[in-house]
Design a protein. Structure first.
Length: 276
């Protein structure tokens, strides 16, 4: 697992609970320690709620080891999943590096929520063995995983990754490589429109969210979801979709740009459309 942050430690956790030996690394060594601590905390919570036995939690934790770098983490791995910053150039550079480290049969997966899997795959000599695995936050709770395929992907690789996702207790959906895939494209549209409504004074943030929660059965309203995802992440995805698809509906409203400029990024900073 490359990247030990919000998504990375969560993916490592569900992999370990599913029985996979998991190596976790990050460019910041402190993030590896923090990631393992967060996994430990989540497992303690799962035991307290009766979701896992103490023995299962202890076994899962024993399968998560920190690795001092990319080579140590990826060497001899059957599947490498990255969850680094949502930046195409950074991901392409990482996949080039992974390509020179792992074996010929290793599958490389990106947890991108919107970027082109095709472009990431082309950074390697093995595009047929590169796929998208888009998990959702918090990973240990959310059931959906988007599997993103592309024109040169090997169907056997897609089948193998689907089996991994199902063993993790998740529900996979298969999506063709397209900007924003299925979930981000729809989710961003809903979130941006909710922000415009708030900006126009149509209703409060809480009431807009309640409209979608009680009126449409959404477990969480679009503004609260945006806070959880991170407003900087939402903005980056919106700008990327605007650029790639050329549609004005993806123009980010001023309220979003202003909050990001002020560092009000949502839950991770304590303030976004809500105070956390």
């Amino acid at each position: 697992m490359i990247g030990a942050g919000t998504m990375g430690h969560g993916i490592a956790q569900v992999a370990a609970v599913a029985g996979y030996n998991t190596r976790l690394t990050d460019a910041n060594p402190e993030a590896i320690v923090s990631g393992r601590n967060r996994i430990q905390s989540n497992l303690i919570g799962a035991v307290a709620r009766g979701k896992l036995t103490q023995g299962a939690a202890d076994s899962a934790m024993s399968r998560v080891t920190g690795a001092p770098g990319i080579e140590a983490a990826a060497r001899d791995a059957d599947l490498v999943i990255e969850a680094i910053l949502e930046d195409l150039t950074l991901k392409q550079s990482l996949f080039q590096q992974l390509d020179s480290v792992v074996g010929d049969d290793t599958i490389l997966a990106t947890n991108t929520s919107s970027l082109s899997v095709t472009r990431i795959a082309k950074a390697t000599r093995r595009p047929a063995r590169v796929v998208g695995m888009h998990f959702f936050n918090p990973v240990h709770i959310m059931k959906l995983v988007e599997l993103i395929t592309h024109d040169t992907a090997d169907p056997a690789v897609i089948d193998a990754v689907r089996a991994v996702v199902e063993k993790m207790g998740k529900t996979p959906i298969l999506v063709r490589d397209s900007p924003g895939f299925a979930s981000s494209r729809l989710g961003v549209i809903l979130g941006l429109e909710a922000m415009r409504m708030l900006e126009e004074g149509v209703a409060s943030a809480a009431d807009i969210d309640t409209a979608m929660e009680l009126g449409y059965g959404h477990p969480m309203g679009p503004l609260r979801v945006s806070d959880v995802v991170g407003l900087d992440v939402r903005l980056k995805i919106a700008d990327y979709l605007r650029q790639e698809l050329g549609e004005q509906k993806f123009d980010a409203p001023r309220i979003l740009r202003d909050k990001v400029a002020r560092g009000e990024l949502g839950k991770k900073t304590g303030r976004g459309f809500y105070d956390w």
